[in-house]
Ligand binder design. Sequence first.
Ligand code: PRP
Length: 212
Amino acid sequence: MITIALSKGRIFEETLPLLSAAGITALEDPESSRKLILPTNRADVRLIIVRASDVPTYVQYGAADLGVAGKDVLNEHGGTGLYQPLDLNIAKCRMMVAVRNDFDYDSAVRQGARLRVATKYVQTAREHFAAKGVHVDLIKLYGSMELAPLVGLSDAIVDLVSSGGTLKANNLKAVEHIADISSRLVVNQAALKLKREAIQPMLDAFAGAIAK
Ligand code: PRP
């Protein structure tokens, strides 16, 4: 049995064509089914539906052989025990620093102000501001980061931006680009050795189906 870990939403939707290229079709849709283990057309392949940030953990421990995880999530996880053979070029967005429209970020940085930054991506934020030599106090949040500067919890946020619609709707502006983000295939290293006959053709099919 080959187990593939995916998260609901954009990653699931955009992984379907890649699975299809490998001859794998999901028999149920996670948006309508509450099942967490989804069968496929192949008796030897199943999908498991986990939180996006948990995908690397399931693959690291071998509970899933393969998974699809954003670079944002992989950077926070550290990637220990994971083979990352392919950038799937899906679920693309940008990791950005954002502040209120009326906040002068550049002059705050120039003056050496100590900034409060709210984010789900603490590791990414720590590395970014350390590289710039900006002193920050990081506040860990689990979602709705855009709210933090509006109610005085933080001066800035580090978050994913796709269309920019959420920033705009909340009177925020992006002031720094940290990284381009896309989703990667992650593979358990032991599984790749033990089940190479089943896994390698999937990797080849995915590689051939990646949008340029
Ligand atoms: C992400 C991100 C932003 C939003 C950006 O949240 O955290 O809030 O999308 O998208 P936009 O630029 O197109 O408006 P998501 O909806 O994935 O939920 P999350 O907070 O659970 O990550």
